[in-house]
Design a protein around this ligand. Sequence first.
Ligand code: ATP
Ligand code: RIB
Length: 269
Amino acid sequence: MSVVVLGSANADLVVEVARRPAAGETVLGSDTRIMPGGKGANTAVAAARAGAEVALVAAVGTDDYGTFLLDALREAGVDTTGVRRVPTPTGLAYITLTPDGENSIIVSPGANSRLTAADVDLGEAAVLVASLEVPIPVVEHAVALAVREGVRPVVNLSPVAELSAATIAALDPLVVNEHEAKVLADYSHGDGPRSTVITLGARGALVITADGSEHIPAPQVEAVDTTGAGDAFTGALAARLADGATLAEATRHAITHAAESVTRHGAQG
Ligand code: ATP
Ligand code: RIB
């Protein structure tokens, strides 16, 4: 296994609206589409599509959504041995999508919050990738384990949450979008990550290492659905890092992969 992903698996309930309702307002939307999602599952699928051998550590319910998500993961070639089924509803994401391809999301974590440190097994992985829709202590444990076992730890700081200074200092890289990057200032008490990638949407990404920073632009595409762009980016990045690419090389590849993902519907499209 070259990449182990630790993170959420959600059923995405997607409705298209002309515009988002204001507080107290009702708007009519499209029929609801039910798609496989969750930051962990999306990242694992992207890494598998980028050619990596990938295992996902996650939790889904014993309900039909859990079966739906496991089927989608297996079809994409992700090893699901580490996806535990628990007697709690599968995580759900309520997503509204506007014509500009932008989304807003409410996540009901359900089974994702049942993940424990005992679920984490890094096997022979070269890279660990984690995101933050699962309990933070489990992420902290996985990163510490990765450091002990010589596995390269990557964290996508999404959704934003506070991590210990020791966890942040181990990351190589920490992946953040522009909004998340703003909270990095709060980590000024520690040494900061070994490297950082700031994703900039249609403008590509900024790679920051001890040697300096490099802006890598994105190809121009027509975005129809940016849901999961950050997950597609991080999964493809991890796949290349596991192959021995430099961070800049891996970022170039991830930008191409993520640009293609925003031209298709669904977080795993
Ligand atoms: P999301 O929360 O929607 O999953 P994000 O906010 O975490 O995404 P972004 O910076 O918006 O992350 O996008 C991640 C990467 O996806 C960008 O670095 C870029 O490579 C690609 N990307 C996103 N939007 C576009 C776009 N409109 N055109 C081309 N590439 C894009
Ligand atoms: O990053 C996109 C993902 O966030 C969606 O698939 C949704 O499930 C939420 O986890």
